[in-house]
Design a protein around this ligand. Structure first.
Ligand code: GUN
Ligand code: ZN
Length: 437
């Protein structure tokens, strides 16, 4: 369901912000900001963006006036688990115990298609309500959970990526598949959904502790058959997990090798966390151009460690930003940027607001190989847009009122903002309806 008339031409006026490059590697000169900016949207795509006094809109165009509000690309969440929506913020455990205590019992419920539909709808309401317009999610082992996610994403016209989470060991009864069924189900789901409207299928072994070598091999074979699908998994999140991987795969050179030896390393791979990488792993990730998803709220919440964003970015790694719901503790990419900033400070680097915003939009889109479609405002790109209120709470408003530069205006919203800062969201050029409580 979309608001307004489908595919009408729209002129969106306010402050605009977009990128002509990557500020992490190219500096702040790549940022384009207009105090009085304009975005022209036609047929669900951006047809023009620039200063408002240069725009030549068609007569009678539907016009949205946002004044001082900030118009930018919708946020892109590079790694999350939508089935963990209902158990986010569960107390007191580290990764393996957290999976066994909270996560696996909740994921078991997704064999029930009605429950999967309910949580998919709830997840998309929360994501869009927080300004996220594209995402790459894990489902559960159940095909129903994939169908629920894609059906709801399709209904809303969202560019969304997901796949069946495959596990054939070290998981409870009711939450295991096997090598053959994971191959067959993943293949059938990819054939059903990949490339349909704005949806993309992602081959998804959960992580090497929950997959036998046979399953990793089967999924590597499937990826070789469908190389344009993304492949997502976890790597080097916690030290205990890495020690367990070493026990389970005694012949592997390192954690990455447990994927690499089965054909699960390549340019279209997205590895979540990647905190405790060895030099060999970093070198192989760089050579292949694989993507890394930085999950800062999760890395603190589960106690995983400090991701070296600046070091990895300076070395040329491809990095996006992610909530990692529900190991992550927030649906908000603003809160996620704030956590990335805090972790940067622990690492001796103050990330600039432009760098944080780039990671949450262009950076994640690049990791998903969709940066020619989403994650920025530019002619020809899909019109997924967020409108940010830079004075959304009294605490933010009093900081914003004293700001002398656009960055001083934006940074308090990054650090203290949440869904109250999201004034409007456009998906493929249509105003998204506000979720009803
Ligand atoms: N490693 C394997 N599965 C998961 C998961 O669901 N969340 C996180 N944070 N790490 C994982
Ligand atoms: Zn994850």
């Amino acid at each position: 369901m979309t608001g307004g008339m489908t595919n009408t031409t729209k002129l969106i006026l306010g402050q605009t912000l977009y990128f002509n490059g990557n500020p992490l590697t190219e500096g702040l000169g790549v940022v384009e900001h207009y105090r009085h900016g304009a975005v022209l949207v036609e047929g669900g795509k951006i047809s023009w963006v620039g200063p408002a006094d240069h725009v030549a809109p068609p007569i009678g165009v539907e016009t949205f006036h946002y004044g001082e509000k900030l118009i930018m690309a919708g946020f892109v969440d590079a790694h999350l688990h939508y089935p963990q929506t209902a158990m986010i913020a569960s107390w007191g455990k580290r990764l393996i115990e957290w999976l066994n205590t909270f996560t696996f019992p909740e994921e078991t419920r997704f064999g029930d298609a009605q429950y999967a539909d309910l949580i998919a709808k709830r997840y998309f309401d929360l994501a869009v309500g927080h300004g996220t317009t594209s995402m790459c999610s894990y489902a559960t082992i159940h095909p129903e959970s994939v169908n629920a996610f894609f059906s709801e994403g399709q209904r809303r016209g969202i560019r969304a990526y997901a796949g069946k989470t495959c596990m054939d060991r070290n998981a409870p009864d009711g939450l295991r598949d096997d090598a053959q069924s994971s191959y067959d189900d993943s293949k059938a789901l990819a054939e059903k959904w990949h490339g349909k409207d704005r949806l993309g299928y992602v081959i998804t072994p959960r992580f090497s502790p929950t997959s036998s070598p046979e399953q990793l091999e089967a999924l590597g074979a499937l990826w070789a058959e469908k190389p344009d699908c993304l492949m997502q998994t976890h790597i080097s999140e916690q030290l205990e997990e890495i020690a367990w991987v070493r026990q389970l795969f005694p012949d592997a050179r390192d954690y990455l090798d447990t994927y690499e030896r089965y054909g699960l390393l390549g340019k279209n791979a997205v590895y979540g966390h990647a905190i405790h990488l060895t030099e060999r792993e970093k070198a192989r990730l760089l050579e292949t151009g694989a993507g890394l998803a930085h999950c800062p709220t999760s890395n603190t919440f589960i106690g995983s460690g400090v991701f070296d964003l600046k070091g990895l970015s300076d070395a040329g790694q491809n990095i996006g930003l992610a909530t990692d719901i529900g190991g992550g503790s927030s649906f908000s990419m603003l809160r996620t940027m704030a956590a990335a900033y805090e972790i940067g400070q622990l690492n001796g680097t103050a990330l600039h607001p432009a760098e944080l915003l780039w990671l949450a939009t262009c950076g994640s889109a690049k990791v998903l190989h969709a940066d020619d479609l989403i994650g920025n405002l530019a002619a020809g790109m899909e019109a997924d847009i967020v409108v940010l209120d830079l004075s959304s709470t009294p605490a933010i408003a009093q900081r914003h009122a004293e700001a002398d530069t656009i960055w001083e205006s934006i940074f308090p919203t990054i650090m203290m903002g949440d869904d109250r800062a999201i004034s409007d969201v456009f998906i493929a050029g249509e105003l998204a309806p506000k979720p009803v409580a």
